[in-house]
Ligand binder design. Structure first.
Ligand SMILES: [Zn+2]
Length: 113
């Protein structure tokens, strides 16, 4: 389950950040997930609940922002919104689209005490 592995790597990032700031308790974690990243948010939330339960982030609030996907359509020569990878262009119906935005997942902010 790829969301579980992802949750574990997020925990690592959070723990490192907390250690670097000499904090003992993480109060909030904000993630940004692109709609084209192929991540199922509910599965990731579940995975995080499991891995954070015994960490210094066990009481942390979890905020997940979604980043809408966007691609470059070669036929239209313009940026177009993209709901999923390999979707056709909403203007011309073509498939020659280069994803530009929304394929990433990152830890945006960590609040710790
Ligand atoms: Zn197009």
């Amino acid at each position: 389950m790829h969301e579980m592995a992802l949750a574990e790597s997020i925990l690592e990032v959070v723990e490192q950040a907390a250690r670097a700031q000499q904090c003992t308790r993480v109060t909030a974690i904000r993630l940004e997930i692109g709609t084209l990243a192929g991540i199922e948010v509910s599965a990731l939330r579940f995975g995080l609940e499991v891995v954070l339960a015994h960490s210094l982030a066990r009481e942390a609030r979890l905020d997940i922002d979604t980043l809408e996907g966007e691609g470059w359509c070669m036929r239209c020569s313009q940026n177009v919104p993209l709901k999923a990878l390999y979707d056709p262009c909403p203007s011309c119906g073509g498939y020659q689209i280069q994803p530009l935005r929304g394929t990433e997942m990152r830890v945006k902010e960590i609040l710790a005490l």
